[in-house]
Design a protein around this ligand. Sequence first.
Ligand code: GLC
Ligand code: CA
Length: 540
Amino acid sequence: MSAEPIEDIWVYERVPGDPWWRDAVVYQVYLRSFADGNGDGIGDFAGLRARLPYLAELGVDAVWVTPHYVSGGADGGYDVVDFTAVDPSYGTVEDVRLLVEDAHALGLRILLDIVPNHTSDQHAWFRKALEDPDSPEAGFYHFLPASSSPPNNWQSMFGGSAWSRTPDGRWYLHLFTPQQPDLNWDNPAVADAFDDVLRFWFDLGVDGFRVDVAYGLFKDPAYRDNPGTYSPTLFGHGPEQAMTTNQPRVHQIWRRWRAICDSYAGDRMLVGEVSLADLDEVGLYARPDELHHAFQFRLLKSDWDAGAFAFADTIDEALTAFEAVGAPAPWVLGNHDKARQVTRYGSEARARAAALLMLALPGSAYLYAGEELGLPEASVPDEARRDPIFFRSSGKRLGRDGCRIPMPWTASAPSTGFSGSLAAEPWLPIPAEWPDYAVDRQVADPGSTLSLYQQAIMLRALHPALGSGHAAVTQDGDVIRVDLVARHGDATPVTCWINMGEAPVVIPAERLLLSSSPETDAPNGGVLKLTPDTTVWITS
Ligand code: GLC
Ligand code: CA
Protein backbone atom coordinates (compact mmCIF):
# COMPACT_ATOMS: atom_id res chain seq x y z
CA MET A 1 0.00 0.00 0.00
CA SER A 2 1.53 3.24 -1.07
CA ALA A 3 -0.79 5.65 0.70
CA GLU A 4 0.77 8.77 2.14
CA PRO A 5 1.24 8.84 5.88
CA ILE A 6 -1.65 10.59 7.56
CA GLU A 7 -0.36 13.73 9.21
CA ASP A 8 -3.45 15.36 10.62
CA ILE A 9 -5.08 13.62 13.52
CA TRP A 10 -8.81 13.43 13.12
CA VAL A 11 -10.76 13.77 16.29
CA TYR A 12 -13.46 11.23 15.82
CA GLU A 13 -16.76 12.40 17.07
CA ARG A 14 -19.97 10.55 16.47
CA VAL A 15 -22.93 12.63 15.49
CA PRO A 16 -24.26 13.70 18.90
CA GLY A 17 -26.96 11.35 20.07
CA ASP A 18 -26.09 8.61 17.57
CA PRO A 19 -26.45 5.14 19.06
CA TRP A 20 -23.53 2.75 18.65
CA TRP A 21 -25.26 0.52 16.11
CA ARG A 22 -25.91 3.26 13.55
CA ASP A 23 -22.56 2.89 11.85
CA ALA A 24 -21.29 -0.28 13.50
CA VAL A 25 -19.01 -2.87 11.94
CA VAL A 26 -20.49 -6.21 12.97
CA TYR A 27 -18.51 -9.43 12.65
CA GLN A 28 -20.48 -12.64 12.10
CA VAL A 29 -19.01 -15.65 13.88
CA TYR A 30 -20.06 -19.06 12.59
CA LEU A 31 -19.75 -20.57 16.05
CA ARG A 32 -19.14 -24.14 14.96
CA SER A 33 -16.22 -23.05 12.77
CA PHE A 34 -14.62 -20.13 14.56
CA ALA A 35 -12.40 -21.57 17.30
CA ASP A 36 -12.48 -24.87 19.15
CA GLY A 37 -11.59 -24.44 22.81
CA ASN A 38 -11.67 -28.07 23.99
CA GLY A 39 -10.26 -30.01 21.06
CA ASP A 40 -13.32 -31.93 19.94
CA GLY A 41 -13.19 -30.44 16.44
CA ILE A 42 -16.24 -28.21 17.00
CA GLY A 43 -16.02 -24.46 17.57
CA ASP A 44 -17.38 -23.33 20.94
CA PHE A 45 -17.76 -20.44 23.39
CA ALA A 46 -14.43 -21.15 25.10
CA GLY A 47 -12.71 -20.85 21.71
CA LEU A 48 -14.58 -17.68 20.81
CA ARG A 49 -13.80 -16.06 24.17
CA ALA A 50 -10.12 -16.79 23.70
CA ARG A 51 -10.22 -15.10 20.27
CA LEU A 52 -12.07 -11.93 21.32
CA PRO A 53 -8.80 -9.94 21.47
CA TYR A 54 -8.32 -10.76 17.77
CA LEU A 55 -11.70 -9.21 17.02
CA ALA A 56 -11.00 -6.18 19.20
CA GLU A 57 -7.76 -5.66 17.32
CA LEU A 58 -9.51 -6.00 13.98
CA GLY A 59 -11.56 -3.05 15.20
CA VAL A 60 -15.11 -4.33 14.89
CA ASP A 61 -17.85 -3.00 17.17
CA ALA A 62 -19.94 -6.10 17.67
CA VAL A 63 -19.95 -9.85 17.22
CA TRP A 64 -22.98 -11.75 15.95
CA VAL A 65 -22.89 -15.40 16.97
CA THR A 66 -24.83 -17.91 14.83
CA PRO A 67 -27.29 -20.17 16.74
CA HIS A 68 -25.86 -21.68 19.90
CA TYR A 69 -28.99 -23.41 21.16
CA VAL A 70 -29.67 -27.07 21.72
CA SER A 71 -30.57 -28.12 18.20
CA GLY A 72 -31.73 -31.12 16.22
CA GLY A 73 -28.69 -30.73 13.96
CA ALA A 74 -30.71 -30.67 10.74
CA ASP A 75 -29.77 -27.14 9.59
CA GLY A 76 -26.56 -25.91 11.19
CA GLY A 77 -28.29 -24.93 14.46
CA TYR A 78 -31.28 -23.19 12.80
CA ASP A 79 -33.52 -26.02 14.07
CA VAL A 80 -33.81 -25.10 17.72
CA VAL A 81 -34.89 -27.61 20.39
CA ASP A 82 -34.64 -25.25 23.34
CA PHE A 83 -34.42 -21.46 22.94
CA THR A 84 -33.01 -20.87 26.41
CA ALA A 85 -30.41 -23.64 26.53
CA VAL A 86 -26.94 -23.88 25.03
CA ASP A 87 -25.92 -26.87 22.92
CA PRO A 88 -23.42 -28.74 25.16
CA SER A 89 -20.95 -28.86 22.23
CA TYR A 90 -20.74 -25.08 22.51
CA GLY A 91 -20.77 -24.71 26.31
CA THR A 92 -23.29 -23.50 28.86
CA VAL A 93 -25.50 -20.50 29.57
CA GLU A 94 -22.80 -19.38 31.99
CA ASP A 95 -20.34 -19.35 29.07
CA VAL A 96 -22.62 -16.92 27.24
CA ARG A 97 -22.64 -14.67 30.30
CA LEU A 98 -18.85 -14.83 30.46
CA LEU A 99 -18.60 -14.14 26.73
CA VAL A 100 -20.66 -10.99 27.19
CA GLU A 101 -18.55 -9.96 30.16
CA ASP A 102 -15.25 -10.48 28.31
CA ALA A 103 -16.58 -8.79 25.19
CA HIS A 104 -17.79 -5.74 27.07
CA ALA A 105 -14.42 -5.43 28.79
CA LEU A 106 -12.87 -5.19 25.31
CA GLY A 107 -15.46 -2.70 24.06
CA LEU A 108 -17.26 -5.29 21.93
CA ARG A 109 -21.00 -6.01 21.87
CA ILE A 110 -22.56 -9.44 21.52
CA LEU A 111 -25.54 -10.24 19.30
CA LEU A 112 -27.14 -13.68 19.40
CA ASP A 113 -29.12 -15.26 16.56
CA ILE A 114 -32.80 -15.86 17.29
CA VAL A 115 -34.91 -18.19 15.15
CA PRO A 116 -38.61 -17.35 15.50
CA ASN A 117 -40.02 -18.69 12.22
CA HIS A 118 -39.72 -22.37 13.14
CA THR A 119 -38.52 -24.81 15.76
CA SER A 120 -36.86 -28.19 15.54
CA ASP A 121 -39.17 -31.18 15.21
CA GLN A 122 -37.48 -32.31 18.44
CA HIS A 123 -38.77 -29.25 20.33
CA ALA A 124 -41.08 -30.19 23.24
CA TRP A 125 -43.90 -28.17 21.62
CA PHE A 126 -43.77 -30.14 18.39
CA ARG A 127 -43.44 -33.50 20.13
CA LYS A 128 -46.52 -32.72 22.20
CA ALA A 129 -48.33 -31.54 19.07
CA LEU A 130 -47.56 -34.84 17.32
CA GLU A 131 -48.69 -36.87 20.32
CA ASP A 132 -51.94 -35.00 20.84
CA PRO A 133 -53.64 -33.14 17.97
CA ASP A 134 -55.90 -31.41 20.50
CA SER A 135 -53.10 -30.12 22.72
CA PRO A 136 -52.48 -26.37 23.01
CA GLU A 137 -49.06 -27.05 21.45
CA ALA A 138 -50.70 -28.29 18.25
CA GLY A 139 -51.97 -24.73 17.91
CA PHE A 140 -48.36 -23.50 17.85
CA TYR A 141 -47.83 -24.95 14.36
CA HIS A 142 -49.61 -25.15 11.01
CA PHE A 143 -51.39 -28.50 10.85
CA LEU A 144 -53.93 -29.29 8.14
CA PRO A 145 -56.15 -32.36 7.92
CA ALA A 146 -55.07 -35.57 6.17
CA SER A 147 -55.59 -35.52 2.40
CA SER A 148 -54.03 -37.34 -0.51
CA SER A 149 -51.95 -34.42 -1.75
CA PRO A 150 -50.26 -31.45 -0.04
CA PRO A 151 -52.71 -28.64 0.87
CA ASN A 152 -51.20 -26.15 -1.60
CA ASN A 153 -48.24 -25.40 -3.87
CA TRP A 154 -45.95 -23.92 -1.22
CA GLN A 155 -42.34 -24.98 -1.68
CA SER A 156 -39.56 -25.47 0.85
CA MET A 157 -36.67 -23.03 0.33
CA PHE A 158 -34.45 -26.08 0.42
CA GLY A 159 -36.37 -27.97 -2.26
CA GLY A 160 -39.55 -30.04 -2.43
CA SER A 161 -42.98 -29.38 -0.96
CA ALA A 162 -43.21 -27.25 2.19
CA TRP A 163 -45.65 -29.81 3.59
CA SER A 164 -44.84 -33.13 5.25
CA ARG A 165 -47.09 -35.69 6.90
CA THR A 166 -47.27 -36.57 10.56
CA PRO A 167 -47.37 -40.29 11.45
CA ASP A 168 -51.18 -39.95 11.83
CA GLY A 169 -51.53 -38.49 8.33
CA ARG A 170 -51.93 -34.75 9.04
CA TRP A 171 -49.93 -32.21 7.04
CA TYR A 172 -47.59 -29.75 8.73
CA LEU A 173 -45.83 -26.76 7.21
CA HIS A 174 -42.07 -26.30 6.99
CA LEU A 175 -40.60 -23.59 4.76
CA PHE A 176 -37.18 -25.14 5.34
CA THR A 177 -36.43 -28.82 6.13
CA PRO A 178 -39.14 -31.20 7.42
CA GLN A 179 -37.21 -31.08 10.71
CA GLN A 180 -38.06 -27.34 10.96
CA PRO A 181 -41.85 -27.05 11.42
CA ASP A 182 -43.08 -23.44 11.01
CA LEU A 183 -44.62 -21.78 14.04
CA ASN A 184 -48.10 -20.30 13.75
CA TRP A 185 -47.65 -16.66 14.75
CA ASP A 186 -51.38 -16.03 14.56
CA ASN A 187 -51.50 -17.86 17.88
CA PRO A 188 -50.78 -15.20 20.56
CA ALA A 189 -49.16 -17.84 22.79
CA VAL A 190 -46.26 -18.05 20.32
CA ALA A 191 -45.51 -14.34 20.60
CA ASP A 192 -45.74 -14.56 24.40
CA ALA A 193 -43.25 -17.44 24.47
CA PHE A 194 -40.74 -15.46 22.38
CA ASP A 195 -41.03 -12.41 24.64
CA ASP A 196 -39.70 -14.64 27.40
CA VAL A 197 -36.86 -15.89 25.20
CA LEU A 198 -35.76 -12.34 24.39
CA ARG A 199 -35.87 -11.36 28.07
CA PHE A 200 -33.92 -14.45 29.11
CA TRP A 201 -30.91 -13.44 26.99
CA PHE A 202 -31.28 -9.69 27.50
CA ASP A 203 -31.25 -10.31 31.26
CA LEU A 204 -27.96 -12.12 30.76
CA GLY A 205 -26.53 -8.95 29.19
CA VAL A 206 -26.51 -9.62 25.44
CA ASP A 207 -26.69 -6.51 23.28
CA GLY A 208 -29.18 -7.73 20.74
CA PHE A 209 -30.20 -10.29 18.19
CA ARG A 210 -29.92 -11.10 14.56
CA VAL A 211 -33.44 -12.24 13.71
CA ASP A 212 -33.62 -15.24 11.38
CA VAL A 213 -36.23 -15.11 8.59
CA ALA A 214 -37.62 -11.81 9.89
CA TYR A 215 -39.67 -11.37 6.70
CA GLY A 216 -41.40 -14.70 7.43
CA LEU A 217 -43.32 -15.75 10.56
CA PHE A 218 -46.86 -15.09 9.26
CA LYS A 219 -48.44 -16.94 6.34
CA ASP A 220 -51.59 -16.40 4.33
CA PRO A 221 -54.36 -17.39 6.77
CA ALA A 222 -56.38 -19.09 4.00
CA TYR A 223 -53.33 -21.06 2.78
CA ARG A 224 -53.85 -19.88 -0.79
CA ASP A 225 -51.43 -21.03 -3.49
CA ASN A 226 -48.39 -18.89 -4.15
CA PRO A 227 -48.74 -17.18 -7.54
CA GLY A 228 -46.37 -17.85 -10.41
CA THR A 229 -43.55 -20.30 -10.64
CA TYR A 230 -41.29 -20.77 -7.70
CA SER A 231 -37.71 -19.90 -8.51
CA PRO A 232 -35.21 -22.26 -6.93
CA THR A 233 -32.67 -19.43 -6.54
CA LEU A 234 -31.76 -19.43 -2.90
CA PHE A 235 -33.16 -16.40 -1.08
CA GLY A 236 -34.33 -14.63 -4.22
CA HIS A 237 -37.71 -13.79 -2.80
CA GLY A 238 -40.14 -12.05 -5.08
CA PRO A 239 -43.88 -12.22 -5.67
CA GLU A 240 -43.75 -16.00 -6.13
CA GLN A 241 -43.70 -16.18 -2.34
CA ALA A 242 -46.48 -13.67 -1.70
CA MET A 243 -48.43 -16.07 0.54
CA THR A 244 -45.51 -17.35 2.61
CA THR A 245 -43.45 -14.23 3.36
CA ASN A 246 -43.82 -10.51 4.07
CA GLN A 247 -47.34 -10.58 5.52
CA PRO A 248 -48.07 -7.10 6.91
CA ARG A 249 -48.97 -8.62 10.33
CA VAL A 250 -45.29 -9.35 10.91
CA HIS A 251 -44.60 -5.65 11.55
CA GLN A 252 -46.61 -5.83 14.78
CA ILE A 253 -44.12 -8.33 16.11
CA TRP A 254 -41.15 -6.10 15.35
CA ARG A 255 -42.86 -3.23 17.18
CA ARG A 256 -43.39 -5.51 20.11
CA TRP A 257 -39.77 -6.71 20.11
CA ARG A 258 -38.52 -3.14 19.72
CA ALA A 259 -40.47 -2.17 22.84
CA ILE A 260 -38.82 -5.01 24.76
CA CYS A 261 -35.39 -3.89 23.52
CA ASP A 262 -36.10 -0.32 24.52
CA SER A 263 -37.17 -1.40 28.01
CA TYR A 264 -33.53 -2.42 28.67
CA ALA A 265 -30.69 -0.04 29.37
CA GLY A 266 -27.76 0.26 26.99
CA ASP A 267 -28.95 0.52 23.38
CA ARG A 268 -29.88 -3.09 22.66
CA MET A 269 -30.55 -3.79 19.00
CA LEU A 270 -32.24 -6.07 16.46
CA VAL A 271 -31.08 -6.84 12.93
CA GLY A 272 -33.50 -8.79 10.79
CA GLU A 273 -32.93 -11.04 7.84
CA VAL A 274 -35.25 -9.52 5.24
CA SER A 275 -34.61 -11.39 2.01
CA LEU A 276 -37.07 -9.51 -0.16
CA ALA A 277 -36.37 -8.44 -3.70
CA ASP A 278 -38.11 -5.07 -3.25
CA LEU A 279 -35.85 -2.75 -1.24
CA ASP A 280 -38.68 -0.37 -0.35
CA GLU A 281 -40.42 -3.30 1.32
CA VAL A 282 -37.20 -4.13 3.17
CA GLY A 283 -36.99 -0.53 4.39
CA LEU A 284 -40.38 -0.87 6.11
CA TYR A 285 -38.85 -3.37 8.54
CA ALA A 286 -36.42 -0.68 9.73
CA ARG A 287 -39.00 2.00 10.57
CA PRO A 288 -38.14 3.85 13.79
CA ASP A 289 -40.30 1.64 16.01
CA GLU A 290 -39.33 -1.69 14.36
CA LEU A 291 -35.99 -3.41 13.73
CA HIS A 292 -32.84 -1.31 14.08
CA HIS A 293 -31.33 -2.83 10.97
CA ALA A 294 -32.98 -4.74 8.15
CA PHE A 295 -30.54 -6.69 6.01
CA GLN A 296 -30.98 -6.21 2.30
CA PHE A 297 -29.19 -8.85 0.26
CA ARG A 298 -29.16 -7.18 -3.14
CA LEU A 299 -25.47 -6.29 -2.90
CA LEU A 300 -24.69 -9.79 -1.65
CA LYS A 301 -26.43 -11.16 -4.72
CA SER A 302 -24.86 -8.73 -7.20
CA ASP A 303 -22.29 -10.16 -9.55
CA TRP A 304 -19.00 -8.47 -10.30
CA ASP A 305 -20.34 -6.94 -13.45
CA ALA A 306 -19.67 -3.32 -14.09
CA GLY A 307 -21.58 -3.44 -17.37
CA ALA A 308 -24.83 -4.09 -15.60
CA PHE A 309 -23.94 -1.68 -12.80
CA ALA A 310 -25.54 -3.94 -10.30
CA PHE A 311 -23.37 -2.54 -7.53
CA ALA A 312 -24.02 1.15 -8.23
CA ASP A 313 -27.77 0.71 -8.70
CA THR A 314 -28.07 -1.42 -5.60
CA ILE A 315 -26.19 1.03 -3.42
CA ASP A 316 -28.22 3.93 -4.73
CA GLU A 317 -31.55 2.15 -4.28
CA ALA A 318 -30.68 0.86 -0.82
CA LEU A 319 -29.61 4.31 0.36
CA THR A 320 -32.87 5.77 -0.89
CA ALA A 321 -35.02 3.00 0.62
CA PHE A 322 -33.47 3.31 4.07
CA GLU A 323 -33.29 7.09 4.00
CA ALA A 324 -37.03 7.12 3.40
CA VAL A 325 -37.57 5.55 6.83
CA GLY A 326 -34.68 7.33 8.57
CA ALA A 327 -32.75 4.11 9.12
CA PRO A 328 -29.07 3.38 8.50
CA ALA A 329 -28.42 0.99 5.62
CA PRO A 330 -26.82 -2.31 6.60
CA TRP A 331 -24.34 -3.67 4.06
CA VAL A 332 -23.26 -7.24 3.63
CA LEU A 333 -21.13 -8.99 1.02
CA GLY A 334 -20.88 -12.45 2.52
CA ASN A 335 -22.49 -14.70 5.10
CA HIS A 336 -22.94 -18.34 6.05
CA ASP A 337 -25.54 -18.84 3.29
CA LYS A 338 -23.52 -17.62 0.32
CA ALA A 339 -20.37 -18.71 -1.51
CA ARG A 340 -17.35 -16.66 -0.45
CA GLN A 341 -16.71 -13.34 -2.26
CA VAL A 342 -13.25 -14.34 -3.53
CA THR A 343 -14.80 -17.20 -5.48
CA ARG A 344 -18.01 -15.41 -6.45
CA TYR A 345 -16.22 -12.34 -7.82
CA GLY A 346 -13.37 -14.33 -9.33
CA SER A 347 -10.34 -13.10 -7.36
CA GLU A 348 -9.07 -11.96 -4.00
CA ALA A 349 -8.27 -8.56 -5.53
CA ARG A 350 -11.94 -8.06 -6.36
CA ALA A 351 -13.07 -9.21 -2.92
CA ARG A 352 -10.67 -6.70 -1.36
CA ALA A 353 -11.96 -3.94 -3.63
CA ALA A 354 -15.58 -4.76 -2.78
CA ALA A 355 -14.79 -4.75 0.94
CA LEU A 356 -13.27 -1.29 0.72
CA LEU A 357 -16.31 -0.05 -1.16
CA MET A 358 -18.64 -1.49 1.48
CA LEU A 359 -16.65 -0.12 4.41
CA ALA A 360 -16.86 3.40 2.97
CA LEU A 361 -20.64 3.40 2.71
CA PRO A 362 -22.74 5.07 5.40
CA GLY A 363 -24.55 2.63 7.66
CA SER A 364 -23.51 -0.59 9.29
CA ALA A 365 -21.20 -3.13 7.67
CA TYR A 366 -21.52 -6.84 8.38
CA LEU A 367 -18.43 -8.99 7.89
CA TYR A 368 -18.50 -12.77 7.79
CA ALA A 369 -15.71 -14.57 9.66
CA GLY A 370 -12.90 -15.44 7.29
CA GLU A 371 -13.61 -12.76 4.68
CA GLU A 372 -10.93 -10.63 6.36
CA LEU A 373 -8.50 -13.45 5.52
CA GLY A 374 -9.55 -13.54 1.87
CA LEU A 375 -10.76 -17.13 2.21
CA PRO A 376 -12.08 -18.65 -1.02
CA GLU A 377 -15.07 -20.99 -1.14
CA ALA A 378 -13.70 -24.42 -0.17
CA SER A 379 -14.48 -27.55 -2.13
CA VAL A 380 -15.95 -30.16 0.17
CA PRO A 381 -16.02 -33.85 -0.72
CA ASP A 382 -19.62 -35.08 -1.05
CA GLU A 383 -19.22 -37.56 1.80
CA ALA A 384 -18.22 -34.75 4.18
CA ARG A 385 -21.11 -32.43 3.30
CA ARG A 386 -23.56 -31.46 6.03
CA ASP A 387 -25.89 -28.92 4.49
CA PRO A 388 -29.49 -30.15 4.05
CA ILE A 389 -29.67 -28.19 0.78
CA PHE A 390 -27.23 -30.66 -0.78
CA PHE A 391 -29.25 -33.67 0.35
CA ARG A 392 -32.73 -32.27 -0.33
CA SER A 393 -31.73 -31.35 -3.89
CA SER A 394 -30.10 -34.77 -4.44
CA GLY A 395 -26.77 -33.02 -4.91
CA LYS A 396 -28.03 -30.62 -7.61
CA ARG A 397 -27.33 -27.69 -5.29
CA LEU A 398 -24.00 -27.97 -3.52
CA GLY A 399 -25.21 -26.08 -0.49
CA ARG A 400 -23.37 -23.90 1.95
CA ASP A 401 -20.66 -26.06 3.51
CA GLY A 402 -17.92 -24.44 1.41
CA CYS A 403 -18.25 -21.14 3.27
CA ARG A 404 -18.53 -22.80 6.69
CA ILE A 405 -15.05 -24.36 6.93
CA PRO A 406 -13.13 -23.85 10.22
CA MET A 407 -11.01 -20.69 10.48
CA PRO A 408 -7.25 -21.00 9.94
CA TRP A 409 -5.44 -19.42 12.88
CA THR A 410 -1.91 -20.83 12.91
CA ALA A 411 -0.24 -21.99 9.71
CA SER A 412 1.95 -24.65 11.32
CA ALA A 413 -0.50 -26.06 13.90
CA PRO A 414 -2.63 -29.17 13.38
CA SER A 415 -5.97 -28.19 11.75
CA THR A 416 -4.31 -24.78 11.13
CA GLY A 417 -4.86 -23.99 14.79
CA PHE A 418 -8.66 -24.28 14.76
CA SER A 419 -8.37 -26.52 17.83
CA GLY A 420 -5.39 -24.65 19.25
CA SER A 421 -2.39 -26.95 19.30
CA LEU A 422 -4.61 -30.02 19.64
CA ALA A 423 -4.83 -32.54 16.85
CA ALA A 424 -8.60 -32.80 16.60
CA GLU A 425 -10.60 -33.93 13.56
CA PRO A 426 -12.47 -30.75 12.49
CA TRP A 427 -16.20 -31.14 11.86
CA LEU A 428 -15.72 -30.12 8.21
CA PRO A 429 -12.47 -31.00 6.40
CA ILE A 430 -9.92 -28.19 6.20
CA PRO A 431 -8.44 -27.68 2.69
CA ALA A 432 -4.72 -28.26 2.21
CA GLU A 433 -4.13 -24.62 1.23
CA TRP A 434 -5.68 -23.18 4.42
CA PRO A 435 -2.27 -22.49 6.08
CA ASP A 436 -1.63 -19.86 3.35
CA TYR A 437 -4.54 -17.86 4.79
CA ALA A 438 -3.74 -18.34 8.48
CA VAL A 439 -4.12 -15.38 10.81
CA ASP A 440 -0.57 -15.67 12.15
CA ARG A 441 0.85 -15.25 8.63
CA GLN A 442 -1.39 -12.32 7.79
CA VAL A 443 -0.90 -10.26 10.95
CA ALA A 444 2.79 -10.13 10.22
CA ASP A 445 2.23 -8.94 6.63
CA PRO A 446 1.21 -5.29 6.08
CA GLY A 447 0.03 -6.18 2.56
CA SER A 448 -2.26 -8.99 3.68
CA THR A 449 -6.03 -8.90 3.36
CA LEU A 450 -6.28 -8.98 7.15
CA SER A 451 -4.12 -5.86 7.38
CA LEU A 452 -6.24 -4.15 4.73
CA TYR A 453 -9.43 -4.82 6.70
CA GLN A 454 -7.80 -3.60 9.87
CA GLN A 455 -6.60 -0.37 8.27
CA ALA A 456 -9.94 0.22 6.59
CA ILE A 457 -11.91 -0.31 9.79
CA MET A 458 -9.55 1.99 11.67
CA LEU A 459 -9.78 4.79 9.09
CA ARG A 460 -13.54 4.37 9.02
CA ALA A 461 -13.67 4.84 12.78
CA LEU A 462 -11.45 7.91 12.61
CA HIS A 463 -12.87 9.77 9.63
CA PRO A 464 -16.47 11.00 9.97
CA ALA A 465 -17.04 10.99 6.19
CA LEU A 466 -16.41 7.24 6.10
CA GLY A 467 -19.09 4.81 7.19
CA SER A 468 -21.49 7.38 8.54
CA GLY A 469 -21.65 10.28 6.12
CA HIS A 470 -23.91 11.16 3.24
CA ALA A 471 -23.15 9.28 0.06
CA ALA A 472 -23.80 10.13 -3.60
CA VAL A 473 -23.19 7.35 -6.11
CA THR A 474 -22.30 7.98 -9.74
CA GLN A 475 -21.06 5.75 -12.53
CA ASP A 476 -18.91 6.34 -15.54
CA GLY A 477 -18.07 3.45 -17.81
CA ASP A 478 -16.72 0.69 -15.61
CA VAL A 479 -15.99 2.99 -12.71
CA ILE A 480 -18.20 3.71 -9.72
CA ARG A 481 -17.60 6.80 -7.66
CA VAL A 482 -19.07 7.43 -4.23
CA ASP A 483 -18.78 10.93 -2.77
CA LEU A 484 -18.85 10.86 1.01
CA VAL A 485 -19.49 13.85 3.22
CA ALA A 486 -19.61 13.86 7.02
CA ARG A 487 -22.99 14.44 8.63
CA HIS A 488 -21.45 16.49 11.38
CA GLY A 489 -18.39 18.72 11.82
CA ASP A 490 -16.12 19.99 9.06
CA ALA A 491 -14.09 16.92 8.11
CA THR A 492 -12.79 16.88 4.54
CA PRO A 493 -14.95 14.83 2.16
CA VAL A 494 -13.73 11.44 0.96
CA THR A 495 -14.28 9.94 -2.47
CA CYS A 496 -14.34 6.19 -2.94
CA TRP A 497 -13.60 4.91 -6.46
CA ILE A 498 -13.87 1.36 -7.69
CA ASN A 499 -12.67 0.19 -11.09
CA MET A 500 -14.71 -2.85 -12.15
CA GLY A 501 -13.44 -2.80 -15.70
CA GLU A 502 -10.46 -4.35 -17.44
CA ALA A 503 -8.44 -1.23 -18.21
CA PRO A 504 -6.78 1.26 -15.88
CA VAL A 505 -8.40 4.68 -15.63
CA VAL A 506 -7.03 8.02 -14.52
CA ILE A 507 -8.97 9.74 -11.74
CA PRO A 508 -8.54 13.09 -10.00
CA ALA A 509 -6.74 12.59 -6.68
CA GLU A 510 -4.94 14.80 -4.23
CA ARG A 511 -4.24 12.34 -1.49
CA LEU A 512 -4.64 8.59 -1.22
CA LEU A 513 -6.00 7.38 2.10
CA LEU A 514 -6.15 3.71 1.28
CA SER A 515 -6.08 1.37 -1.69
CA SER A 516 -7.27 -2.21 -1.92
CA SER A 517 -4.31 -2.96 -4.19
CA PRO A 518 -0.60 -2.92 -3.27
CA GLU A 519 0.06 -1.76 -6.87
CA THR A 520 -1.54 1.66 -6.54
CA ASP A 521 0.94 4.52 -6.94
CA ALA A 522 0.61 7.74 -4.96
CA PRO A 523 -1.22 10.56 -6.77
CA ASN A 524 0.93 12.63 -9.05
CA GLY A 525 0.00 16.05 -10.44
CA GLY A 526 -3.54 15.79 -9.08
CA VAL A 527 -4.31 12.42 -10.70
CA LEU A 528 -3.97 8.75 -9.89
CA LYS A 529 -3.96 5.63 -12.04
CA LEU A 530 -6.72 3.32 -10.84
CA THR A 531 -5.92 -0.22 -11.93
CA PRO A 532 -8.66 -2.80 -12.63
CA ASP A 533 -10.30 -4.57 -9.65
CA THR A 534 -9.20 -1.84 -7.27
CA THR A 535 -10.91 0.50 -4.83
CA VAL A 536 -9.28 3.65 -3.47
CA TRP A 537 -10.27 6.17 -0.82
CA ILE A 538 -9.23 9.66 -1.86
CA THR A 539 -9.27 12.93 0.04
CA SER A 540 -7.80 16.37 -0.37
C1 GLC B 1 -31.81 -18.26 7.42
C2 GLC B 1 -30.42 -18.68 7.81
C3 GLC B 1 -30.11 -19.99 7.16
C4 GLC B 1 -31.11 -21.01 7.64
C5 GLC B 1 -32.54 -20.54 7.40
C6 GLC B 1 -33.52 -21.37 8.16
O1 GLC B 1 -31.93 -17.98 6.09
O2 GLC B 1 -29.50 -17.67 7.46
O3 GLC B 1 -28.80 -20.41 7.43
O4 GLC B 1 -30.90 -22.21 6.97
O5 GLC B 1 -32.73 -19.22 7.83
O6 GLC B 1 -33.48 -21.08 9.52
CA1 CA C 1 -15.14 -27.71 20.93
